[in-house]
Design a protein around this ligand. Structure first.
Ligand code: ZN
Length: 354
């Protein structure tokens, strides 16, 4: 029975939250009618033998409780002296749950930082686009076979969005003509930016894009791109090579070998693909690079004269490079993520690793 009281008393006093609670416990156990006092008083009714065993235990318990109450009171009066309310500052605090940044947020932040350090501005554009900005102005006219490269989500209510046609000038009308769509790439922002700015400039355009296609380990119906555009009087592919080499060096924090391969995109001429030496195997060949030793990471090229014309630049006055890369692809390479669908699965076990 004494053991039970001891256990309860010590536990209660230890977890007391303020000095008033300690005082209540002092009265409950040590007060005149307190539980310990009662035991001590009842000793006289016991036999001599019982008294010899119970007595010292009860006395010891009384001392233990007194000492603990003293310690506890000291803690509270100390916190009051320090200007804190009478709380036990030695009690363990409640753990606050903190969130995690999504790996796509992390990589976008890092890429923005790298380009900003190289004097690029960050520009954004609408996710719902007109056919004009998404295709026509980028030298991908209707019925052009190249349009098949972009499987598109078309919007049905395009008529509403393009009402008030009477108030539009002829030039404006051609830009809203055609159906509305979910942009298939961030490239329309190139045109939108050039329409309102004069070179020289260098921008990056991070943003969400949409493709009407089946999902698998490397394809999603929506994903994130970063577009780059640098225009001036003398901007060449040599400038691009430097910028992009510097970018990969900073992103992967090591000297990364890159190579250019000729390729075709309607809005650039010449067009090229950029590969980097496989991060995983260093070029010897592995599953990630499909034994080629190289990873495809972006499309790029010199801006096509027709694109400049669409933005009312004289292509003889200016030249520049453009590039586009997939954020998911970068994150998959950098963080060693095997499946693009993980980014959108909402699985906390995935997110909590970052
Ligand atoms: Zn490899």
């Amino acid at each position: 029975m004494i053991e039970d009281i001891k256990k309860e008393a010590l536990e209660l006093i230890r977890s007391a939250k303020d000095s008033a609670a300690v005082e209540r416990l002092r009265i409950r156990f040590l007060g005149r009618k307190g539980e310990i006092s009662k035991i001590l008083r009842s000793l006289k009714d016991l036999s001599v033998k019982e008294r010899q065993t119970v007595g010292p235990v009860a006395q010891q318990l009384k001392k233990d409780i007194e000492r603990l109450i003293q310690e506890k009171t000291a803690v509270f009066s100390k916190s009051i002296q320090q200007g804190l309310p009478g709380i036990d500052i030695t009690m363990p605090g409640k753990k606050i749950k903190i969130g995690y940044l999504h790996p796509l947020t992390l990589i976008e932040k890092e890429i923005r930082g790298i380009f900003k350090a190289m004097n690029f501005s960050v520009v954004e554009g609408p996710e719902v686009e007109t056919e004009y900005y998404n295709f026509d102005a980028l030298n991908i006219p209707k019925n052009h076979p190249a349009r098949d490269m972009w499987d598109t989500f078309w919007l049905q209510n395009s008529q509403q969005l393009t009402s008030d046609k009477e108030q539009l000038t002829k030039g404006q009308e051609s830009k809203v003509k055609g159906q509305m769509l979910l942009r298939t790439h961030t490239s329309p922002v190139q045109i939108r930016y050039m329409e309102t700015h004069k070179p020289p400039f260098q921008i990056i355009v991070p943003g969400r894009v949409f493709r009407y296609e089946a999902t698998d380990a490397s394809h999603e119906i929506n994903f994130y791109q970063i577009e780059g555009l640098m225009v001036g009087k003398t901007v060449t592919l040599a400038n691009f090579k430097f910028v992009i080499q510097e970018f990969f060096k900073r992103l992967f924090r090591s000297d990364i070998e890159i190579r250019f391969r000729p390729s075709y995109f309607p809005f650039v001429e010449p067009g090229l693909e950029v590969d980097i030496r496989c991060i995983k195997c260093g070029g010897r060949g592995c599953g990630i690079c499909k034994d080629s030793g190289w990873l495809e990471v972006m499309g790029a090229g010199m801006v096509h004269p027709r694109v400049f014309e669409a933005a009312h630049y004289n292509p003889r006055d200016f030249q520049g490079f453009a590039f586009g890369l997939g954020l998911e692809r970068m994150a998959m390479i950098k963080y060693n993520i095997p499946d693009i669908r993980l980014f959108y699965s909402g699985d906390l076990r995935f997110i909590q690793q970052f």
